[in-house]
Design a protein around this ligand. Structure first.
Ligand code: BTN
Length: 336
């Protein structure tokens, strides 16, 4: 109910009477009053004026269930939010919940991950309040080989969502990074539980670095935050606008993910947004080094194909590189 009250307060420019809130929620005045008190205790500045009602003046930058419910604009993604102050990893927690029966579209969010994971066993630094760390559970009818493309769907969702912010121009480093001004601002990790020809569930986890933080030494040179790009942009903007709340950014990613997921599910590949993906592909026409387990090689990335594989031109032949097998370097300048 707190989420619904917040939603109504957010939709209203002026005050909302206690009576209206009671009618909307179908609960008593006392229940509304109690919920308002709890929201105030959680840091929401809600003005209560006699004979006028309630007005939301300011909200804290939190990723709690009421906050996310109040921002919800999606159809199916985020019908259920699982929000935690601290977990090991939202991907790991999402997998546990999926095993316990959590449904398609459930979203798991944490303020802190004490064992956040990246690809290839890397750690993912996830300090409290500095980022948006979340995962969602998907249960589509897919062949296991089609699941890795969901990383590309998620990358499209993130570039579109961040790109809605004035002055922010994100790009994708295939397959799972989103970059701002040549540095990594977001990483994506897709995992699944499957049988040979059947997907039980997929978990797609997204980590977006939002606020300044001390990055571990091994990533400090390649990582950046949205705040950094935003304050550089502020120099160009007339007024010093604050960065939108993390909850709003998260909701925008969910909204965009739904859009590209629908396209993906029509063909079970990325052909319907291939051209758009290419516009954001930082690797395009760039020299890349493919760290193939059978031996590293260099080439020029020319784009991706409908199956989401990177097309690398190598000694006049085109090789398609599967995201599962290799890691591609060359954007951050730490490898040729
Ligand atoms: C990478 O770049 O290697 C992928 C990083 C993925 C990080 C996100 S944060 C939310 C979710 N939970 C995790 O433990 N990992 C993903």
């Amino acid at each position: 109910m707190k989420g619904q009250i917040l939603k109504v307060l957010r939709q209203q420019n002026g005050s909302v009477s206690g009576q209206e809130l009671c009618q909307c929620m179908g609960v008593s005045r006392t229940a509304v009053w109690k919920a308002i008190r709890q929201l105030q205790e959680a840091g929401y500045e809600i003005e209560a004026v006699q004979n006028k009602g309630y007005r939301l003046l300011a909200a804290p930058d939190v990723l709690t269930e009421p906050e996310l419910v109040s921002r919800r604009r999606t159809e199916w993604l985020g019908t259920k939010f699982y929000c935690y102050d601290e977990v090991d990893s939202t991907n790991t927690q999402a997998k546990r919940l999926a095993e316990e029966g959590a449904g398609h579209g459930s979203v798991v969010v944490a303020e802190v991950q004490n064992a956040g994971r990246g690809r290839r066993g890397h750690q993912w630094s996830s300090q409290g309040g500095t980022g948006i760390w979340f995962s969602f559970i998907l249960k589509p009818e897919l062949m296991p080989a089609q699941a890795p493309m969901l990383t590309l769907v998620a990358a499209m969702a993130v570039v579109k969502a961040l790109g809605r912010l004035p002055g922010i121009e994100p790009l994708i480093k295939w397959p799972n990074d989103v970059i701002l001004n040549g540095r990594k601002v977001c990483g994506i990790l897709t995992e699944m539980s499957a049988q040979v020809d059947y997907v039980n569930y997929i978990v797609t986890g997204i980590g977006i670095n939002v606020k300044s933080q001390v990055f571990p030494k091994e990533v400090a040179l390649v990582a950046t935050t949205l705040e950094t790009a935003w304050s550089n942009g502020n120099q160009k903007r007339e007024d010093e606008e604050p960065l939108p709340a993390r909850s709003l950014l998260l909701e925008t990613v969910l909204e965009e993910f739904e859009r590209y997921y629908e396209l993906y599910m029509q063909t079970k590949d990325v052909t319907l947004f291939l051209d758009e993906y290419h516009k954001y592909l930082a690797n395009k026409d760039k020299q890349v080094k493919v760290l193939d387990p059978d031996g590293a090689y260099e080439g020029i990335a020319r784009g991706i194909n409908g199956n989401g594989e990177l097309l690398v031109e190598r000694e006049h032949t085109m090789v398609s590189v599967n995201s599962g097998e290799v890691s591609v370097r060359g954007i951050y300048g730490y490898a040729p």
